[in-house]
Design a protein around this ligand. Structure first.
Ligand code: FMN
Length: 178
């Protein structure tokens, strides 16, 4: 069955290591007959959550920006891929800002399959665990999430350095198998 795959690429570097892994994942997913879309988060206007509480009863955010559309896509997706550069052993600000802004409708992001993509200079996969826990902090607030896979784009510092790595192949194969 064809799935609706949404890829949130949160690196500020277009063509950065995590973004390249997203492209591989997307290529695999599309080749397998799925509908795959990548959102390059930096291209979107997404303000910080202000914690105003408007959404608590209304499910509507008081801020009118691109997040409304991103949230619609997250709710509609079967598969959500979250990709980040690791900054100080946690997710970078772009993705955290996006996650915080799901507040109005996170209860509608139900029964999704999740894949996580991390890019980091550190080659040690174990060192990524606390970053992954950040993703899980979000998914643990959702109904029926399934963590389906992780791609470790580790040992890559400079832009594009991930090219030719095993992670590139894994991202393609994981995308193909969604
Ligand atoms: C502000 C900043 C903080 C970083 N912190 C870490 C870190 O804690 N651990 C690490 O392994 N790499 C760290 N890096 C390196 C990036 O994770 C690495 O360059 C990665 O490939 C960037 O992914 P991207 O190309 O998708 O943007 C940091 C880079 C920047 C700019």
């Amino acid at each position: 069955m064809s799935k609706n795959v949404l890829i949130l690429s949160a690196s500020p570097r277009k063509g950065g290591n995590s973004d390249l892994l997203c492209d591989q994942f997307m290529r695999g997913a599309a080749e397998a007959g799925n509908k795959a879309e990548k959102i390059f988060v930096r291209d979107k206007k997404i303000a910080y959550c202000t914690g105003c509480g408007t959404c608590f009863g209304t499910k509507k955010c008081s801020i009118k920006d691109d997040m409304t559309n991103v949230l619609d896509k997250m709710v509609a997706a079967d598969v959500i891929v979250m990709a980040i550069p690791v900054y100080f052993y946690t997710m970078n600000g772009q993705l955290k800002t996006l996650i915080d802004r799901t507040c109005a409708r996170y209860t509608d992001i139900s029964d999704k399959d999740f894949y996580f993509i991390v890019a980091a200079a550190d080659p040690d996969i174990q060192a990524m665990e606390r970053t992954l826990e950040g993703f899980r902090g979000f998914t643990s607030c959702l109904e029926g999430p399934t963590e389906k896979g992780i791609i470790y784009g580790t040992g890559a510092w400079n832009i594009g350095e991930i090219k030719g790595s095993k992670a590139m192949e894994q991202a393609y194969e994981m995308g193909k198998a969604v």
